[in-house]
Ligand binder design. Structure first.
Ligand SMILES: O=P(O)(O)OC[C@H]1O[C@@H](O)[C@H](O)[C@@H](O)[C@@H]1O
Length: 960
């Protein structure tokens, strides 16, 4: 089988970032001072990490194996660049086998599926309008090192375990193969006091019943801190910043999260370091994996939320320190969900992409989150939000609709006047690096031989998971037990090697839960071994420990079956590494359908981990597959993993982000109403016409239509406007006469039109004119019959009977089901009643309306313009027309078709700038409409709009 290729290096265009002009930072909510920004120039070189060879004995004996180095930490270092931007060799190039040699070797592989054409993946050239600086600033929770502190000395930096795919993506962006200039911003992570390293050896094992837990000196477990905390002075902080920038390539800028600051000594005091994880891991990670915590002390919850907010805020501060216009900010994962909005508040036009690496739950689960609104609003500050699988993106959009009331579709969410794209990007691994690590080390071959000898004649099933209930290790053991019982012919012939590595996630408060969990797994293994084992054979080998890189790849290569039973998992990269490692062996992969990976690895044997019998059957099926079937399955999986690698994932994401940034560029969207222009035109005109829709324009849409009554401020503002003899003010609504009379009929200067143009009441008149008098109304009973049928089958919906128009409301029904039912109902009406009678079926905000076709709001607008006279000299010199829904588009159309000069007409839709409309301008919400009218009235009550009046010199500054 062919080997995966590295992306071929390209010579990127030199990018000269433009000067920094970020505005003054907002006062921080905390007293923690922000470390001055690190000024970065060019790409720096990566340094060869310290010896990564394990000192484990050969052959692999899991009971005695030393944890060794940080193979799984990531390959942030594995693919470090070997030349700088100018093509000069860096220190990393001096390694025993340079990356370039390997890349060259791999890139000559004649396998078209593995070719990676970078020329096709540099998205910048296609979007010159975006004015990109060529820099990407990535925000990720923690830097890719475990950091050790010893006062006055160099800091200890050891590669961090886990999230290898993500670190590989950063590594790629930082490498000379990528056209981007990359800076990584991350928390220092838990800083350990180097002095306390000796205490590591005395850490208690997680599972007292199990084999001794090997100590991994390179990746320590959390260590007790000095009781008074770590005191880190300015020189030491600067030293770490220099070390991270200078020595470790890819430009890393640390975020300091500290408990106190000693201003006098200029020291940061670090005490409780776990606090920065608590909300993200205990609340979000848990809930996003469909687990709920026991109810707990509300004060603890408030504190962890405050820490989460503060952490996000400090990330925003740090990023703004180094930001330059045209930079792209890439934010990763559930630790930083508030960061996009915190950045956007300060730089409205900043380019932000967000990617969630874990699952996003269904709205039924998500809505249990206490901070459900804040989290959604936080992430909606991004321009594009990426998910691992389609179902996660669908859940997210649905939550935005159900919890925030925002319009959403498969393409994204309309939030606060902007379109936020939502898309799916299943992450891949660095296939070439994995291949190299797994196959280019003779030590791994020796280990494989040793283990094979140990289990001679047996089939080996391998499971490797993090110690976390969502990985489904208990389910795996239960299924294995059923397998041995149901298929006795395999007893004594199959062994399950399960490695469960400690997790740094603080999902459970206290160690007890974790210990209980490990003990549970060990008890289950002991039970199976007691029933099906013998003196010389143990069917389940469970190892609660870290593995060295060599052990890990040896296991994945020698396995006969890979078994993954996660009950919830964003993306399982072990399964992809297994596929690469099985290049020659073609071992089948059994994969949980609850892993995001299942959607990508479609040729794996998919199982439901809760159906233990089903998993047992799948194990048997996998064992009995013929060689040709194994090869066929594996080839498909292999090709997928190789071609959907982390480099193509990174490029695809950025490419899509560029497309979205361009597509939703303000030049394509409806611009925000130019208040200065509006005010200036208003001031110049003596004859003015106003046409306001009511629901969604003057008042917000609420659950119960009868509760949408005009506020005092709305009434006052309208009264003032209409009192000006130069103004003619009309409310043109779908509401009936009774409603309009009751709430606005007492303002004699107002003109009213009810039921979408069916009735008119002129200013200073009490009489309503019926424009539909001679119309046949027999269509009404047919419409009521259809509406009634849908009311019966749509809980919460109801019919509003007006004199002429009929409205079916579903705003109290389930929002998504309501939309579905409305579509169906509309289609039925269009195929029946609308064919028989001259009526129009219209979609409104969570409603459907039917009225005679010849009356509509556009006809009223036309009539009013004509009443004034649309000839030069008579025509109104200023027209402002506002509406929010489909029925208001008729007014905008009429105005476009009128002979009025375009710059005297302001047609304004209320809603997102991305909305399809005939209006020339947009305002986000009804409150903006009122503040605009207040502005015209010269009112000090004009809110933000008042600033415009001051700038234009219409209102004295003292009145704002
Ligand atoms: O045209 P407007 O003012 O936006 O009103 C649209 C609809 O809004 C609903 O809330 C009313 O119940 C309907 O009767 C009305 O037709």
């Amino acid at each position: 089988m062919a080997q995966p290729t590295e992306p071929s290096p390209m010579s990127p265009e030199p990018f000269e970032p433009s000067g920094s002009d970020h505005p003054a930072l907002h006062p921080s909510i905390t007293n923690v001072p922000v470390t001055p920004g690190v000024h970065l120039t060019g790409k720096s070189a990566y340094i060869e990490p310290s010896d990564t060879k394990s000192n484990s004995q050969l052959p692999f004996n899991p009971d005695t194996a030393s944890p060794g180095p940080s193979w799984s930490a990531n390959s942030y270092f594995a693919d470090r660049q070997t030349t700088d931007k100018g093509g000069n060799p860096t220190q990393a190039a001096a390694g025993e086998q340079s990356k370039q040699e390997v890349a060259q070797k791999l890139s000559t592989t004649p396998d078209a599926a593995m070719k990676h054409d970078l020329a096709d993946t540099d998205p910048r050239a296609a979007h010159p309008g975006l004015n990109l600086s060529g820099r990407i600033i990535t925000a990720t929770f923690a830097v890719p090192y475990n950091i050790g502190y010893s006062k006055g000395n160099d800091w200890e930096l050891e590669p961090r375990r886990g999230t290898s795919a993500l670190f590989d993506s950063f590594s790629y962006l930082a490498s000379s193969s990528s056209p981007w200039n990359h800076t990584l911003v991350g928390w220092t992570g838990e800083i350990s006091a180097s002095e306390s390293a000796a205490t590591l050896a005395t850490q208690p094992p997680m599972n007292k019943a199990a084999a001794p837990i090997p100590v991994d000196s390179k990746n320590p477990m959390p260590v007790p801190q000095p009781p008074l905390g770590l005191h880190i002075g300015r020189n030491d902080r600067e030293q770490l910043e220099k070390q991270l920038e200078r020595d470790h390539g890819g430009k890393i800028v640390p975020v300091w999260l500290v408990d106190e600051v000693d201003e006098g000594k200029d020291e940061y005091i670090v005490k409780d370091q776990s606090r920065w994880r608590t909300f993200a891991e205990h609340e979000l990670y848990t809930l996003f994996h469909y687990k709920q915590n026991e109810p707990e002390d509300g004060r603890a919850a408030r504190k962890s939320w405050a820490d989460y907010y503060r952490m996000n805020k400090l990330f925003a501060d740090k990023i703004l320190d180094i930001y330059k216009p045209g930079d792209i900010i890439m934010v990763h994962d559930f630790y930083l969900l508030l960061l996009p909005s915190l950045l956007r508040q300060r730089l409205p036009n900043i380019y932000i992409g967000f990617f969630l690496h874990v699952p996003f739950p269904s709205s039924e689960f998500y809505r249990c989150l206490s901070r459900r609104k804040e989290i959604l609003e936080g992430v909606l500050g991004a321009n594009m939000i990426g998910f691992q699988s389609y179902s996660y993106s669908r859940h997210f959009s649905s939550c935005c609709t159900r919890i925030l009331g925002f319009d959403s579709s498969a393409a994204g969410v309309d939030a606060y006047g902007a379109h936020v794209a939502v898309d799916v990007f299943p992450i891949g691994i660095n296939a070439a690096s994995t291949h190299r690590q797994a196959f280019d080390d003779p030590e791994i071959d020796e280990r494989i031989n040793g283990i094979r000898e140990m289990y001679a004649g047996k089939k080996i099933i391998v499971g490797r998971d993090r110690l976390d209930a969502v990985r489904g290790v208990v389910q795996k053991l239960q299924a294995f037990e059923i397998f041995l019982e149901r298929y006795p012919q395999w007893q004594g012939k199959v062994v399950l090697i399960q490695v469960t590595s400690p997790s740094s996630l603080h999902t459970d408060r206290g160690e007890n839960a974790r210990e209980k969990f490990v003990n549970n797994i060990s008890d289950l293994a002991a039970k199976i071994n007691g029933t099906y084992g013998s003196l010389d054979f143990t069917p389940v080998r469970h190892f609660p420990q870290y593995l060295s890189r060599e052990e890990y790849f040896a296991l994945l290569r020698l396995a006969d079956i890979g078994l993954i039973t996660s009950v919830r998992d964003g993306m399982n990269t072990t399964s992809m590494e297994y596929v690469i490692c099985q290049k020659d062996n073609h071992g089948p992969l059994i994969l949980s359908e609850f892993s995001g990976t299942a959607g990508s690895l479609t040729s794996a044997l998919h199982i439901n981990p809760w159906d233990m019998g089903g998993v047992a059957d799948a194990i048997n099926t996998a064992l009995e597959l013929s060689d040709s079937e194994r090869e066929k399955q594996h080839t498909q999986l292999y090709n997928h993993v190789v071609s959907n690698n982390v480099q193509s994932w990174t490029n695809n994401y950025l490419k899509k982000l560029m497309i979205n940034l361009s597509a939703f560029d303000q030049s394509f969207a409806t611009p925000a109403l130019d208040r200065a222009k509006l005010l200036s035109q208003y001031r110049q005109a003596k004859k003015r016409l106003f046409m306001f829709d009511y629901d969604g324009t003057l008042t917000p849409i609420v659950k119960d239509p009868s509760a949408a009554i005009p506020s005092d401020r709305v009434i006052r503002t309208l009264k003032t406007l209409a009192a000006d003899p130069n103004n003619s003010v009309w409310i043109i609504s779908g509401r009936d006469q009774a409603f309009l009379d009751f709430y606005m009929g007492h303002i004699p200067e107002l003109g009213l039109s009810a039921e979408h143009g069916s009735f008119m009441r002129h200013p200073r008149s009490q009489d309503w004119k019926n424009l539909t008098e001679k119309t046949d109304m027999s269509w009404q009973k047919d419409v009521v019959r259809v509406f009634q049928a849908y009311t019966d089958k749509t809980q919460g919906s109801f019919i509003e009977h007006k004199k002429i128009a009929l409205t079916w409301h579903y705003r109290r029904a389930d929002p998504e089901f309501g939309v579905h039912q409305a579509r169906e109902c509309q289609s039925v009406l269009e195929k029946t009643v609308a064919k028989k009678y001259d009526v129009e079926v219209m979609t409104g905000k969570a409603n459907l309306e039917v009225r005679p076709r010849f009356v509509n709001k556009g006809e009223i607008a036309k009539r009013l313009v004509l009443d004034y006279g649309d000839q030069p000299g008579d025509a109104p010199e200023f027209v402002l027309c506002l509406g929010d829904d489909f029925t208001d588009e008729d007014m905008f159309r009429s105005l476009r078709q009128s002979k009025l000069p375009a710059d005297h007409v302001f047609s304004v839709t209320v809603g997102a700038s991305s909305k399809q409309t005939l209006a020339s301008w947009h305002l986000v919400e009804p409150a903006d409409v009122i503040s605009c009218i207040s502005l015209l009235n010269g009112s000090a009550d004009a809110g933000n709009a008042g600033a415009v009046a001051v700038v234009e010199g219409f209102i004295p500054e003292s009145r704002i």
